[in-house]
Design a protein around this ligand. Structure first.
Ligand SMILES: *Cc1c(COP(=O)(O)O)cnc(C)c1O
Length: 814
């Protein structure tokens, strides 16, 4: 279907290449190859088809010497690579034919493709969607990250409770990655500093770790550009293996130093509930930043001399605060190693960095104890103090006598143990700060970063998040992609998502609507097969597919979703079918291993699922499937099947959300609050196509500020009371339910009870709308037609125009 025009391979050629890779890389033949052999050989074959394009891209970049975007992120949730790279290289059809000709089942081989474990949730998936759009838009860019050995845990349910298993994602090798063990960086930690005149110092680290780079290809869609993501793995020097200890039989001691270095890139987000765990996280952050900055400088020096042009050729986007230690690190390099004057170094630094803030929750704003920094990165702490000193002098000059403002703006948090506020360091050291949805960016300047926004208003921007239509339509939903392509004539719309507007008229075409419904039904069938095998739940492919997929967090309010399910259960039990249509309620999401409150909600959801699915009165109308181990691969299966998108966080808490966009673009209607990017989704798709309920951010803040008594809602609302009672002593009782309900009735921090009635009534309107399938389909099509804005290509355009000021570099011709 989606052949890129310049691919000329035939099935026979691909077959030939595949057999060659099987022989050369796996040392085997098709007769004796294992499925893993075939998968690895196929991956290498597909990779070969991207390599020429990568080399041409590199050449074009070298010749143009353009300004580059360097994206620094602790996480990337790339999703599986095989399907994407087959489609982007235009080899999908020929590869399938080649495999079949060899008597190999393509699906069996594709099933071995493992999702890289480099990310956690929305922030990591955003990074991946932006890299995809950068390459598709021909923007010179490199993503930097850590090559974790173990990704976020794999989730299982034991007795309905979350159990975590390690994710050794590259156990059989990652064929998409090029390793360069000879190209290592030496990264120091600990040690001491000595003044070296002026603002300079000499830092003598107490420990050195090697950073080994590897890179993965990031192809653009429908263009010759292939960018890369460069990932760092921590290693020790070969001599750190202690041969004499080993000889004496002390095997553990022999490898101790090796193991210690390796722990830096061993796991994504190590448990930070201990002092050692926190130190390891900070080590990871510095490791990522130090390796990446050296690489950025090396790349700059390939075509440029001196430092004058650095800020013209380099823009570094900091994805949240995790990489913010890059700011003092660049200062250290410029001042201590390169001998630049402080003012000159600061002027360069401040023109290079831009910072994306991803939260509003004050408790989620990262800080580090000064004591830890002094031990781990002594020179960086000195530099941070000096940055703060100079900055506070500026503040004092602007606001004479305003000690309170100094305290609020300071990079150092006083009171008790001194801590470094990474978000403040980021704002002070960057030329631009952005939030990730219009509402979020506004609230940032009004609350969380208000004092900064008052001082430097022009530095603050909004860049609303987006998602890759290639990943979430072309790869995830081939049926809908084909249907849209047939209507719009070809697949160009996948690079120009505003063209979806041309579907508007198709909503009036009964034949198109029937085909739209057929695609959705097919996708629900696929999901049902998965739900049966993974969760043992049989879903009705004709039921309303009602989906809530996201990390488990109290502010996202999965609990509200569960309470509504209990309401439906009670209604069906007593024969009241108000608001009841056949419904499949689908959950997906992980909770942080130490987040007990979220895990209680999870256990409750599973308990409710078990009771509901087993009840013969209820099951014909209502099924609940909690699909384990939510990740990008699962998202690609669930999203195309969804009819209803649950975006029900307490208004003012969700920065943007992106599953709301993915679901909208796959034809699901949204039920949601005015939170994050929901606001913009509703503006675009129209109030008729968005089931709005609940308080807005202002109302929620006001209710929070006053005396709030959640118990009143419990007492006054019969259905709510019945639902809660059923959790404490009734059919849904489970471990921790008393704690859950106790919190709900006394504090209810996320105002679940205050929004309960509005939510349940709104769900009744959803059911009413679902009964008219023709009208629902019209709305579904219009939703998609009006959601083109949420392409990550538009997000990248906004960044390019407002913040990065970079230009595309067209790829060289074949
Ligand atoms: C999109 C996505 C998220 C983010 O979901 P939100 O609803 O925006 O929190 C998290 N995890 C995965 C796997 C995703 O694809």
């Amino acid at each position: 279907m989606t052949q890129v025009s310049h691919v000329r391979a035939t099935p026979t050629e691909i077959e030939f290449e595949l057999l060659g890779n099987l022989a050369r890389a796996r040392g085997t033949t098709v007769e004796s190859a294992s499925a893993q052999d075939l998968y690895q050989a196929l991956a290498l074959t597909v990779r070969d088809h991207l390599i020429d394009r990568y080399i041409r891209t590199t050449k074009a970049h070298y010749e143009a010497n353009p300004r580059f975007v360097y994206y620094l992120s602790a996480e990337y949730m790339l999703g599986r690579q095989l399907g994407q790279n087959l489609l982007y290289s235009g080899t999908a059809d020929v590869a399938r034919s080649a495999l079949e000709a060899l008597g190999v089942d393509p699906a069996e081989v594709a099933a071995l493709d493992v999702e890289p474990g480099l990310g956690n949730g929305g922030l990591g998936r955003l990074a991946a969607c932006l890299l995809d759009a950068l390459a598709t838009s021909d923007i010179p860019a490199v993503g930097y990250g850590i090559r974790y050995d173990f990704g976020i845990f794999k989730q299982e349910f034991r007795g309905g409770a979350q159990a975590e298993r390690p994710d050794d994602w590259a156990y059989y090798g990652n064929p998409w990655e090029f390793r360069a063990p000879d190209d290592q960086q030496h990264i120091g930690f600990y040690g001491s500093t000595e003044p070296a005149g002026g603002n300079r110092a000499v830092w003598t680290p107490g420990e050195t770790v090697l950073g080994e780079p590897s890179h993965m290809l990031v192809p653009g869609y429908g263009t010759g550009t292939v960018n890369i993501i460069r990932l760092w793995r921590a290693r020790s020097a070969p001599e750190s293996f202690d041969l004499s200890q080993f000889g004496a039989g002390r095997y553990g001691e022999a490898v101790e130093a090796m193991v210690r270095s390796g722990t830096i890139s061993a796991v994504l987000y190590p448990d930070d509930s201990t002092e050692l765990g926190r130190e390891l996280r900070l080590k990871q952050q510095y490791f990522l930043v130090a390796c990446s900055l050296r690489d950025i400088i090396r790349r700059y020096r390939l075509r440029n001399d001196g430092w004058d042009a650095f800020a013209d050729k380099v823009v570094i986007q900091l994805n949240d605060t995790h990489p913010v230690i890059a700011i003092p690190e660049l200062m250290r390099i410029l001042v201590d190693e390169e001998g630049l004057a402080w003012e000159q170094a600061w002027s360069i630094t401040r023109r290079v960095f831009a910072y994306t803030c991803h939260t509003l929750l004050p408790e989620a704003l990262e800080t580090w104890p000064v004591g830890l920094l002094r031990r781990l990165l002594p020179r960086h702490l000195e530099i941070i103090y000096l940055i703060n000193h100079v900055f506070l002098q500026e503040v004092a000059a602007l606001y004479p006598g305003d000690a309170d403002r100094l305290r609020r703006l300071s990079i150092i948090e006083e009171g008790g143990e001194q801590r470094v506020r990474m978000a403040h360091l980021a704002v002070v050291g960057s030329f631009a700060v952005n939030g990730v949805a219009a509402l979020h960016s506004r609230l940032l300047t009004e609350t969380t970063l208000r004092a900064f926004a008052e001082m430097m208003p022009r530095q603050f921007h909004n860049v609303t998040n987006g998602i890759s239509p290639r990943r979430f339509l072309l790869v995830a939903n081939p049926g809908l992609t084909r249907l849209i392509s047939a209507r719009l004539g070809g697949t160009d719309w996948l690079r120009d998502l505003d063209r979806l507007a041309e579907l508007e008229a198709a909503a009036g075409d009964p034949d198109f609507r029937a085909r739209w419904r057929a695609v959705k039904r097919r996708n629900r069938q696929d999901l049902a097969a998965h739900a049966l095998s993974e969760a043992g739940v049989s879903l009705d492919p004709d039921a309303l597919c009602d989906v809530m997929i996201k990390r488990f967090h109290e502010y996202k309010r999965q609990l509200l979703r569960v309470l509504h399910v209990i309401v439906l259960y009670h209604r069906i039990k007593r024969g009241d079918l108000t608001g009841v249509v056949r419904r499949s309620v689908v959950f997906g999401g992980k909770a942080a291993p130490g987040y007990h409150a979220a895990k209680r909600v999870m256990l409750l959801a599973n308990t409710v699922a078990e009771v509901v699915n087993a009840d013969p009165d209820v099951a014909p109308y209502l099924k609940v499937a909690f699909l384990p181990d939510y990740n990008v691969t699962r998202a690609e299966l669930i999203i195309p099947a969804a009819d209803l998108s649950e975006q029900i966080s307490l208004a003012g808490k969700e920065a943007s959300g992106t599953s709301n966009m993915k679901l909208a673009l796959n034809g699901a209607l949204t039920i949601g609050t005015l939170d994050g990017a929901n606001v913009e989704i509703r503006d675009r798709v129209g109030a008729d196509n968005f089931f709005l309920f609940g308080m807005d951010a202002t109302e929620a803040a006001a209710l929070r500020a006053g005396p709030y008594n959640p118990r009143t809602y419990y007492e006054l609302d019969e259905e709510l009371r019945a639902a809660i009672d059923a959790v404490v002593g009734g059919p849904f009782a489970c471990e921790g339910a008393d704690l859950l309900v106790g919190e709900l009735l006394t504090r209810d921090e996320y105002l679940t009870l205050a929004d309960f009635r509005a939510y349940v009534d709104c769900q009744d309107r959803v059911a009413e709308a679902w009964r008219d399938q023709e009208e629902w389909t019209r709305r579904s099509i219009r939703n998609v037609a009006r959601s083109g804005f949420f392409s990550s290509d538009r997000t990248v355009q906004d960044y390019c125009r407002d913040i990065w000021r970079v230009e595309p570099v067209p790829p060289g011709r074949d």
